[in-house]
Design a protein around this ligand. Sequence first.
Ligand code: NAD
Length: 242
Amino acid sequence: MKMFELIKDQIKEIKKIVFVTGAGISQESGIPTFRGKDGLWRNYDAMKLATIDAFYENPKLIWEWYNERRCNIFAASPNQGHKAIAELEKYVEVVILTQNIDGLHQKAGSSKVLELHGSIVKIKCTVCDFKDEIVTEFLEIPPLCKCGNILRPNVVWFGESLPQDIWQKAIILSSQCDLMVIAGTSLVVSPANTLPIYAKQNHAILIEINPEKTEMSSEMDLVLRNTSANALPELVSIFKNN
Ligand code: NAD
């Protein structure tokens, strides 16, 4: 009970927690992040692959990357960080706004998860309205729609808009929470990185859990330079023992 000591008494009064999570929370489940040494695949920069331009330039390459990611993600298990957030639901209202596409929060048992950037199981047509969810690891490359056009992962790539219904809900939830825990995100991807501002406007407590400094670290009420799998179980114990 050391990490959260400074704000432990305030935390006990909390009724609504919003988690904003990113690739870092799944790093301890063996899923690489996009930044740092992990962000390379076959010597390509993941940041450049996750774009619509890269897809249209070489759909086969992007689908090979997604097939490998699907395989890795389907084999992965939630870690202590995901599990702790799921357990917190027993004690307090919890919503997760995740930038991740890996489904590990749901696999851990969390019931309220908004996927801001889509999901690895989802696909959609690049031309018609066809959408589907496919849970097999590998898709034939490149997968084709019944209309004859190419299918793409139904995820939000850099430069694309978020699904507006989900984004509007995320803003409302952030504006109403008492505590926002920001775990495993570099907070450089817009617009997800504006969510802490909405929480702050509601005078919510902001906690960042990240081994590295982020651009918003100085705005936080508490910064834990630790991994999410280490820090989050301790947060649960505060509510459990309250
Ligand atoms: P990011 O790669 O930009 O940043 C990851 C952050 O996590 C870094 O700040 C890093 O210091 C931190 N981190 C690393 N290990 C950690 C740990 N064990 N515990 C806590 N923090 C840790 O990720 P982002 O901010 O989510 O943005 C990148 C985009 O990448 C998002 O749009 C997301 O959709 C996508 N992405 C998702 C997955 C996934 O679904 N698991 C994986 C890679 C990328």
